[in-house]
Design a protein around this ligand. Structure first.
Ligand code: NAP
Ligand code: ZN
Length: 365
């Protein structure tokens, strides 16, 4: 228990009006910012305007790339990198869900290392990024406190981690930006956060500190269960979901994710199933696979779902099992997952091809 490392260097600030209250921080990272965001939501929820006001008041120049799609591709990253290099930006501000913040991590690496381009990022040695400030507007990925960025690799026809490590310098959390999130996005992202807490807690790389974060994150999630069932999201609930997501990020920054994430990427790439929903559909069968681990009992007890069946019903109440996947497709996904050593190694114990196949079958058919 005492033999572990813990590293999470991101400074986290949380509260209403957190951007304007901390606008003096932006000047620490340079004279020109590159804002990376999605197509619409940051304009609507006020986060983009708050960042622009803070930059103007601090007399920091900026340019904006607002074309990051869900599950961002390397091609999108390349387009933004070209703009950022021409504009000679000093630092990045990623605003939005996991997609723009992850894209910003890759963009920061490639702007800072002009000898590398696009797909090189997966195979390059460890590289330093430009500084990144993260403003999450979904409560799911926890990317504001993880070193990972999940990109769509159209050559390998899947999603994968970019192989670099970029912790944001600062994470600015204000649940006000999440107030008008549509129910389906709120729920899918909350299930993503739950998956991080569960996979990270069960990971072979978990330790005392990540377990403390996971247990607190699960407790916060439990406090939101009725709101999730009723789709009734007050500011307090939004803030709890956001903090549970950030705790999930703190957990997986240490422990990584494992089977549900590795197996879910194929569903997102080939069936367009949102990331959180894909994980959620696989979670109950993953807990069954981990049945002998005493931590499974802890998870169910914190969530006050006293059996795996109750857990399964709770998840299926949130995410509908409506994906049309064939048995032949499942055999292909299984083959690809059994070679995904980066995810398999985080599971405590051996996993066979049959285990993965059966997890897919019981979860999806
Ligand atoms: P997302 O793909 O960033 O965004 C999903 C949708 O939500 C978009 O349509 C977006 O609109 C909208 N949206 C964002 N904030 C909103 C708000 N406040 N109100 C209304 N709509 C809002 O979703 P995500 O689930 O946060 O991120 C998923 C990505 O993160 C996946 O690629 C996943 O693999 C990755 N991920 C990364 C990590 C990590 O540690 N790096 C961990 C888990 C998952 P706009 O496009 O208009 O902004
Ligand atoms: Zn995730």
């Amino acid at each position: 228990m005492s033999n572990f490392q813990y590293f999470m260097p991101t400074k986290v600030f949380c509260g209403k009006d957190i951007i304007s209250k901390n606008k003096s921080l932006f000047g620490n990272y340079g004279k020109k910012a590159f804002i990376i965001t999605g197509k619409n939501s940051s304009k609507i929820n006020g986060s983009l305007e708050d960042v622009i006001n803070a930059l103007n008041e601090s007399e920091i120049e900026y340019c904006i790339f607002n074309n990051v799609e869900e599950n961002p591709s390397i091609e999108t990253v390349e387009t933004a990198v070209e703009i950022g290099r021409n504009e000679k930006v000093d630092f990045l501000i990623g605003i939005g869900g996991g997609s723009p913040i992850d894209a910003a991590k890759a963009i920061g690496i490639l702007i800072n290392n002009p000898e590398y381009n696009g797909y090189d990022i997966f195979t390059a040695p460890p590289l330093a990024s430009l500084p990144l400030i993260a403003v999450p507007t979904t409560a799911g990925t926890g990317t504001e406190v993880t070193p990972y960025a999940i990109l769509t690799d159209n050559k390998a026809r899947t999603k994968r981690n970019f192989g670099q490590k970029v912790f944001p310098e600062i994470a600015l959390l204000d649940a006000s930006y999440l107030m008008n999130t549509p129910d389906n996005i709120t729920i899918n992202t909350a299930v993503d956060a739950l998956s991080h807490l569960i996979e990270g807690y069960l990971s072979i790389k978990s330790n005392l500190l990540s377990d403390s974060a996971a247990e607190k994150g699960l407790l916060l999630f439990w406090e939101c269960i009725d709101a999730l069932k009723d789709k009734d999201f007050s500011f307090e609930i939004r803030e709890k979901l956001l903090l549970s997501s950030t705790l999930g990020g703190i957990v997986i920054a240490q422990s990584g994710t494992s089977l549900p994430h590795g197996m879910g990427y194929a569903l997102t790439y080939s069936k367009n199933i949102p990331h959180g929903k894909a994980n959620g559909l696989l979670l109950k069968s993953y807990l069954e696979l981990c049945g002998n681990n005493p931590k499974v009992k802890n998870i169910l007890s914190i969530l006050e779902l006293n059996s795996l069946d109750k857990f399964g019903q709770f998840i299926l109440n949130l995410v509908v099992k409506d994906c049309s996947v064939t048995e032949a497709e499942i055999r292909n996904y299984t083959k690809s997952m059994i070679s995904n050593t980066s995810k398999l190694k985080n599971h405590p114990g051996e996993v066979t091809e049959k285990d993965i196949y059966e997890m897919y079958i019981t979860s999806l058919l």
